[in-house]
Structure formats: C-alpha cells, structure tokens
Ligand binder design. Sequence first.
Ligand code: HDD
Length: 765
Amino acid sequence: TAAKAGPRARTVPAKKAATKAGPRSTTVPAKKAGSRLAPAAVAEALARADRTAVAQPAPGGDAKAAQLDAHRVAKLDTELTTDQGIGVEDTDNWLRAGPRGPALLEDFHGREKIMRFDHERIPERVVHARGSGAHGYFQPYDTSLARYTAARFLTDPDTRTPVFVRFSTVQGSRGSTDTPRDVRGFAVKFYTDHGNFDLVGNNMPVFFIQDGIKFPDVIHAVKPEPHNEIPQAASAHDTFWDFVTLQPETMHHVIWLMSDRALPRSFRTMQGFGVHTFRLVAADGTRTFVKFHWTPVAGVHSLVWDEAQKISGKDPDFNRRDLWDSIEAGVYPEYELGVQLIAEHDEFAFDDIDLLDSTKLIPEEVVPVVPVGRMVLDRNPDNFFAETEQVAFCVQNIVPGIDFTDDPLLQSRLFSYLDTQLTRLGGPNFAQIPINRPLAPVRNHQQDGFHQDDIPVGQANYHPNSLGGGCPIVPGAGGGAFVHTPEHVDGIKERKRSETFSDHYSQATLFWNSMAAWEKEHIVAAYRFELGKVTHPHIRERMVEHLNHIDHQLAVAVAAGIGVASPAAGPPNHGRMSPALSQAGLPGSTGVVGRKVAVLVADGVDPGVETLREALTLDGAVVEVLGLVDGPVTVSTGGALPVDRAMNTVASVLYDAVVVADGDAAVDLLVNDGCAVHFAAEAYKHGKAIGVLGVGDRLVRAARLPVHEASDRLAGPPSKPAAGALDGVVFLAAGKVADGTFLSDLSVAIAAHRHFDRPVEGIAA
Ligand code: HDD
C-alpha cells in the first residue's frame, strides 16, 4: 500500500521510477535486453523495476519482503557484465600481449574484478561479530497493552510487523565457532509503521557492568589477549578473570555465564531479554516501567560443556545451521514476547533492586511476566552479507509509545551503536542499506556522505524553508512524532554511582539458590574449568573469595578443583530463590518437533527401523540413518535401506537422541566398530535419549553403559512403561514393532531433552 511504500518511492515519484528501472538496472539493462536476455528475463527485470516504485507486499510475504524485492538481483537467465553493464567477452583470461606475454593494464574487466575482490571485507563488529539472522514477523495477541503504550505494533492484533533478528556470540571473531561458553545476542529489528524499533538484547537478563564507560574494559578483558590474540571465543583466560575479580558488579552476570545458559542447544531454544528497564508511554502520557522478555516456544534447552567443545570441532556452524535448516524445513522458530510492568510510582518499591541497575533482574515471582504477542521467524535471508552482516542494530532506534530510562548502561549504548556503524558500514548512509531501511517514510534534510543511494530532489535542503513548500513539515506531537518523555532532572554534575547500585552478590546468590542439583554441578564444573585455565594463582584466590560472598558451599566446591585453599565461612546465604531462573523449572518442548535423531545401522539391519523412522519423522523429528560407511545397507529380510550419512562424518554431539537398530548381523558389525560404540556411550554421557531395538542392546553393553541391569529386567516385557524409569534409555524387546508404547516412551524421553540423573561416572567417551 502507499502507506507502506519504501523511502525510495517517496523520493522519486512513482511514474518516474518506473521509467528509470530498478536500482540494479545496470545489471539487467532494459535497453540492451533485447540482445542479451531471454524475453522472460526482460519481463522479470521490468517487473522488478516497477516494484521499486511502490513496495507491494509479496504474495505470502510481508511489506519488508516486498521492499527488499526491489533490491534483489537474480542471476538466472542473465549474461555476465561489468559493474558498468558492459558485456564480458571472457572472464578466465587476463588481457595480455600474446598467450605467453605480459598482462595489460588496459584490461578494465580484470582490474575491476580484482578491485572488487580486494575490498569485499568490511570491519567485523567489535563485539557480537559471529551471528546469524532471519526474517519473520511479530504480532500482538490482543489490545491489553494499549493502556500502557501508544505503540500500535504492540497493541493491535491485526498488525503483523515484519522483523529481522540476529543472534550472535560476543567474544569470538566472525569466523569463530557457534558453541563457545558465551553470552548470546538476541537483537530484533521491528519495521513498524512508525519507524524502526530495535530491541538489542541478550539471552541473559543482566549485564556485566553498570555503567557503559566500563564497556571497553570488560570487552578488552574478555576478548583474545592483546599480545598474542589468544584465546579465540573463550572467556577462560587470565585477563577476563583478572578484570571480573577486580570489578565485583560483574559477579551476577558471571554466574549466568558459568551456567548452561551460556551453551544454548539452539537459537530456537534460548530466552531473550531487553535487559534494561525501558518505559512504555500511553496515549495519555502515562508512563510505566517495562522489562522485555522473549520465551522460546520450543522450550529452553542447552548443551553440556563437553559436548559444546566437541561441536566446535565437528560442526562450528552448529547453531547457524540449525536456524537455517529449521526455517527451510518449515519448523519456524517462535518466541513469546512478555513484559514485566512496574508503575512509575513503584520505582522505589523494591528494597534491594534499583531499576536503573542492569546487573539486577526483577524476579518473575515478584513481578510476573505478562504475555503480549508472538514472533515467528519464517524466512532465511537471501544473502548473508547484504542482510545479516550489514544489518545495523541501534539501541537509539525507538518509536512512539516506548522510551528510555536513565540506566547509565543504556544511556551509553545510545551513543555507541550509531557511532560504530560509521566505521563498520563505511559512512553515515547505512540506514539506506536495504535491510536497514524502515518501512515508514524517511524524509529530511540529511544529505550527502559516502554511499548516498537516494537522489533527493528539489532546491530546499534546510528548515525552515519556503522554496520547498516548507517541507518536510515537522509533524509535532499531534502528528504522531516521537516525543521525549518530559521529566524533571536535577542533580550535581559529578562522576558518581548511586549507592543503590552497590550490592553485587545477593542476586548471584538468588541465581545459585534457584538452580536444580544438576545445574549446580554444571556451574561448579564451569568455574573449575575456567579458573583452571587462569595461570595466576592470586586471580583464582580472588575469585574464590567472591564466590564465598555468593555461597560458601559453592566457593568450597570450586576451590577444591583449582588448587585453592578452602575459604572460611563467608557471609550467610540469604536463602531466597526464584524458581523461574532455573532451566529445569522452565517449560520444555512438548514433542519431538525439530529434534535430531541418529539411527545407527549396518548390513543385516532388521526392517523394523524403517517403521520407527517414519513414525518419528511424521511427528516432526529430523531422523538421519547413519551407516558405518556411505551407501545403502542390506536388510535382514532382503532389500536395502538408504543411509543418510557415514557415521564418521558426524558425531553423537550433533544429535538430540540415538536409536540403535535391531538385527543380529548389523549389531555384530556395530559392536565391532569403535565409532558406533563411542557414539552410543557419548550420547549416554551427555544425557540424551537412547532408543534400543531388540539385540541393539548388545551395543549398549559394549559401551558399558550402566543400564544392563535394567535391560536384563526387560527380557520378558515387550516395552517399558515410563522412559523416565530408565533415565531416558528406552528398550524394545526383540521381535516387537517400534510403535505404540515404545514410540511414545521414546518421544517423551527425547522431548525431555536431557536425563541428567543417570550415573555417568566412568563412561569412556
Ligand atoms: Fe552491545 C553489539 C547486546 C551493552 C556496544 N550488543 C551488540 C549486539 C547485541 C548487543 C545483541 C549485536 C547486534 C547485532 O546483531 O548486530 N550490548 C548488548 C546488551 C548490552 C550491551 C544486551 C547490555 C545490556 N553494547 C553494550 C554497551 C556498549 C555496547 C554498554 C557500549 C557502550 N554493542 C556495542 C557496539 C556493537 C554492539 C560496539 C558492536 C556492533 C554493533 O554494536 O552494531 O556498538
């Protein structure tokens, strides 16, 4: 519709734009089309040119997709040209004087090709360099938030707002692994009717520091050390722990970082948080403090540390691939947006929490999270660089109905994000890059600079003017403009932090107290691992002292693993808990949708495995049949079963569950293959669901998993009643069909994600 037209449409009148062809008319020149292009390609090129005039929602797509359409360049059915649209005779041989002679400078195509290649890279993001993006939409459930905010995209259930989301790690470079122990970025750009709103959050609800002036320090400390640029994508090194132990406000975020939250199984299975307290502003000016929460519909699930490290080698693109594959498969990542609302007059109602302190959260048990709407990611980008790399999230991008607070961390971010894009994207016109363009009209007197992509028309480029009809007219508050919340400000100019920011331990204790037993074990192991890599003993000792302020038992357990003397009793633990902080307490997945299941087979496999594969696939699982080598395996009853991959090209760490097939000959082969035995043992060790069909049980025995006793008990009954009874290992007696109770037990075991109660000591994997 005209209201949703792209900014380009407004700068160049629609009629003119059509004759000027699309922005890429150089690539597909309409004039030359007759000589070089198939008629269909010409028609497509002209249609594309038309679309630049007014962005129309693409069929089944959205307004942003339609706007991007104007910039898409299809290469199918086209012929090679230079950047100037000149046809290329030969792109494989530099122009030279004779076949064995010197290269000639005159080769404009050769020079242009190399010049373009030489300049393909732009600076990576100084933090969050490694990331993956996806398109989607946000839609509110109902009008319930209208009392609090004038932002229509949050209150009109008929409005579907296009979004682009980028998930990221923080520490590593652009090419680093997806699964380090790290915070994950969760940045959402809403292309609202009133301009772009960027909610640039993380998968943890608190931050390391309270004041943005410390951001360069914390990032320098966590990034690879400056003298040797080691380590990549890791916080387990001296400078990080030196800094955090000297800056105790980091303690709360650090304990989150030591938890499994730092190892999301998938971007589809992690929460997101706006972190800061923002404001909602209602149409009548009423203001309410707000904290934003994203909750994944697929449940909150993590990897375990041993697995995460192995994945870094086996598939460094693990999370990126998962996001891409899920969207391609139509298993769309979905998140619920929730808000915690605090009336303005309650700003000081919390004894121990200053709403402006980003190292604190508000427990959900104190202020509940109210569901507001859902976000669905349903489209992969067409081009990684053009979209995911060039998307510029800016915390300053805010729309009427929402406002900032005086959180000193937030205030500093308002500067940093705008500023960093100048270097990263090469100048001030980065908002014109297609992925960054708002859907709302853009009209102002900002001009020139590198990469000006628009052609502003007219004589008047200042305000006020009469030569341009006074346009663009300043709409003012009544015209839907953003109005900064009027607020009385009074203070002494000084570099000082509020006394109310001085408690650095009690919420770290709250987090620790709220963990399930297995979560506590993982946290202790993480501190031991990280501090075990710290070479300076005094840093280890300092950290144990801080842990002693969080919880004495925690400090003792960590100290025992890192060669530090056990501390004397510290301050008493306050004993408070917030169950919502535990992953164990959060809703898990309800089925097997999107779960990856490996089925181990070999020649002579029983045909029953096919029934299981079909049933799990029907329920939405991604089932891959793994053979000892590539190529189909023979089936015991005759015929062949296709194999998806050879076992040695993957690993158990890339799957959520493992099934061991039945069949005497096949299981003999599997038992004699170290790779297969290791596969089962490792899956068990990482707490994954295991389905064992018939004599496949022999592989479980060969892997020396402590489930023999249980499996012996099963010699008689056809199947086990409850998967949980066997800690997620589900057996099917020989000769039985893999459906009914077995299938549902296995599905429950898979949906439970992990079974951490099983004994894993001594498992060699
Ligand atoms: Fe930041 C990127 C999240 C504090 C300065 N930040 C960046 C990204 C995310 C966050 C998700 C990646 C965006 C993308 O995908 O392109 N940052 C946070 C959160 C913070 C936070 C949740 C605290 C609540 N950041 C923070 C501070 C500063 C910055 C205090 C500086 C004063 N952040 C940046 C940056 C980055 C960035 C340097 C690098 C690339 C970019 O902005 O576009 O400006």
